[in-house]
Write a protein that binds this ligand. Structure first.
Ligand code: SF4
Ligand code: SF4
Length: 356
């Protein structure tokens, strides 16, 4: 059983009856660490009072769902998702999630990345939603949820009321207050995703405090070290921001709108397998945040042996899959030219095996 920690606070997840820790655990980054490290971090999270864990069966979440299944106790509340759009494919995904998570039922099961009103309509009209409601009646799912990156979809889903939980970005840069407050009014749980805007926000503690001033149920930063778990949890009992902190936060995010959130959603379908999110993130790191040397160092380390951004064939698939509707091709061009200019021959050395 969980020990109750004075530090951690809990909020209702809408009308689900679940009480979730205000600091939840975003699973995406867990795919980048070993099983051993994942076990340590998840245990630390549990020991610090975190009881809400978010993952998905979609490829962009890697093996995080399996790691949850291996290392989380039954008491942990897990939200997982399907990106499939037909009843038959959703059934397969649901079964696979139950196996990966080693559970008899899923606490919160979400339609994932519903990023257009057409997709929302499709899920309702082609029997996908009916299938999920049936699975809920059969006890395989306790609560239905939906995740989206689009405000029009979020508001429509809230209006329709089929889903008891909404997962939608909310942070000091992406401030969609309407969805947060409408969810509260309707008694729908709100999972604030991208609380650090995919790593663009550097003032982590101030951002989490800011988000928790609003009626979200939980915020789900990603964590891969015990230190990050401790730092994030410290914000759970944080008082309201004082004016000087608000000013500090405002100054730290100036000019950051329209940046890549390094969510990696556009990458699985890139025919050239370019680590788009990493390249754009490091470019922003250098240009918008001003950490040139750190960005170059991280580019050298993380891009070694990876596909060269110059191998882009401009197919545009990444733009179709980018939730922020970013001009990815153009941004990638700028970023690669920037790194080539700053690294010179070193740039060619990094990718030479990819040319030969
Ligand atoms: S446009 Fe380039 S980066 Fe985007 S998916 Fe196509 S090859 Fe990949
Ligand atoms: S380009 Fe768009 S989809 Fe790709 S990592 Fe950045 S924000 Fe995510």
């Amino acid at each position: 059983m969980f020990k109750i920690f004075i530090r951690m606070k809990f909020r209702e997840l809408g009308k689900t009856g679940l009480k979730v820790s205000v600091i939840g655990f975003g699973g995406i980054p867990l795919q980048g660490v070993s099983n051993e490290q994942a076990e340590k971090v998840l245990k630390a999270a549990i020991n610090q009072g975190i009881n809400f864990f978010d993952t998905s069966h979609a490829s962009s979440y890697g093996d995080s769902e399996k790691k949850f299944g291996l290392y989380l106790p039954r008491e942990a509340i897990i939200a997982t998702k399907t990106k499939e759009r037909t009843p038959e494919k959703i059934r397969k995904d649901l079964e696979a999630s139950l196996v990966a998570l080693k559970r008899e039922y899923i606490d919160v099961y979400q339609n994932h990345c519903v990023d257009s009103l057409e997709t929302l309509k499709q899920l309702i009209e082609n029997g996908s939603l009916d299938f999920l409601k049936q699975a809920k009646q059969e006890g395989k799912i306790k609560h239905l949820g939906i995740s989206t990156h689009r405000e029009d979809v979020a508001l429509k889903a809230l209006e329709l009321g089929h889903w008891g939980v909404l997962q939608f970005p909310f942070n000091p840069i992406k401030r969609e207050f309407k969805a947060v407050y409408e969810a509260q009014e309707k008694g729908i749980g709100y999972i604030a995703m991208k609380p650090l805007d995919g790593g663009n926000i550097q003032k982590t503690n101030l951002a989490l405090k800011w988000e928790l001033e609003h009626p979200v149920s939980t915020v789900i930063p990603g964590m891969i070290t015990i230190e990050q778990v401790r730092e994030n949890v410290e914000n759970a009992e944080a008082p309201l921001l004082i004016e000087s902190e608000r000013e500090e936060l405002r100054n730290s995010i100036k000019g950051l709108e329209g940046m890549c959130q390094s969510c990696h959603y556009c990458e699985p379908t890139c025919p050239q397998k370019i680590p788009i999110g990493n390249v754009l993130y490091l470019y922003n790191y250098a240009i918008k945040i001003g950490l040139l040397e750190q960005a170059l160092g991280r580019f050298r380390k993380s891009m070694k042996g990876k596909p060269d951004p110059y191998s882009c064939i401009e197919c545009g698939t990444c733009e179709e899959n980018c939730h922020n509707q970013l001009p990815v091709r153009q941004m990638l061009k700028q970023a690669r030219e920037f790194f080539k200019e700053h690294l010179g021959n070193e740039y060619d050395e990094l990718f030479k095996n990819k040319y030969s």
